[in-house]
Ligand binder design. Structure first.
Ligand code: GNR
Ligand code: NI
Length: 190
């Protein structure tokens, strides 16, 4: 198992639609292991495979309290097959949009079909945080982020901030010439 890098906006891979898992084999079990390790290390309460760059419909989750025993959950090919008319609002965050939190309104309860790690079909009725988190993760599998559910003004502000940060991180990287040779850095001098 390994802790994998979490993709941060504006990484375009976060907008990809993930492919259904065809067979739950050793590679899927290894992916799930890496996802739990990455999610617990972050720490986060849920993770979609695309957040570590793997475009397969796999979600890990653990909603147990910090001082309680872990409750790891895996959802393969999850599908929302029903949603309540009643809505609820939750302050959401996302490991791919670090340190930004905003209220999101979603159906208060959902019915979700999925496969477990044994490939067995399951169906659950979720409400509260589980319902919110399942909707947030299924959104990821469809290339949708929680900021798509907030106002355009707020979304544009967040995107701008993260685009600027990505640009700076890139310009701060030494280029290959500088890595290979002993000459002065070619930019940001003087
Ligand atoms: O860790 C996470 N917390 C969270 C809080 C409110 C609603 C959804 C979430 S999921 C998030 C981890 C994450 O980015 N999953 O995709
Ligand atoms: Ni997220």
């Amino acid at each position: 198992m390994a802790i994998r890098d979490i993709l941060i906006i504006p990484d375009k891979r976060l907008r990809a639609k993930s492919e259904p898992v065809k067979a739950i084999d050793a590679s899927v079990r290894a992916l799930v292991g890496d996802m739990f390790e990455t999610m617990y290390a972050a720490p986060g309460i849920g993770l979609a495979a695309i957040q570590i760059g793997v475009a397969h419909r796999v979600v890990t989750m653990d909603l147990a309290a910090k001082d309680a025993p872990p409750e790891p959950k895996v959802f393969i090919n999850p599908e929302i097959v029903g949603a309540s008319a009643e809505k609820s609002t939750y302050e959401e965050g996302c490991l791919s949009i670090p340190e930004y939190y905003e209220a999101v309104e979603r159906p208060q309860a959902v019915k979700v079909k999925y496969l477990d790690l044994d490939g067995k079909a399951q169906e659950i009725e979720a409400d509260g945080l589980l319902a919110t988190c399942l909707q947030h993760e299924v959104d990821h599998l469809n290339g949708v982020l929680f900021i798509d559910h907030i106002s355009k003004l707020k979304r544009d502000m967040v995107m701008k901030k993260f685009k600027k940060a990505a640009k700076k991180a890139d310009s701060d990287k030494p280029n290959s010439d500088e890595l290979a040779g002993d000459k002065e850095p070619s930019h940001h001098i003087g």
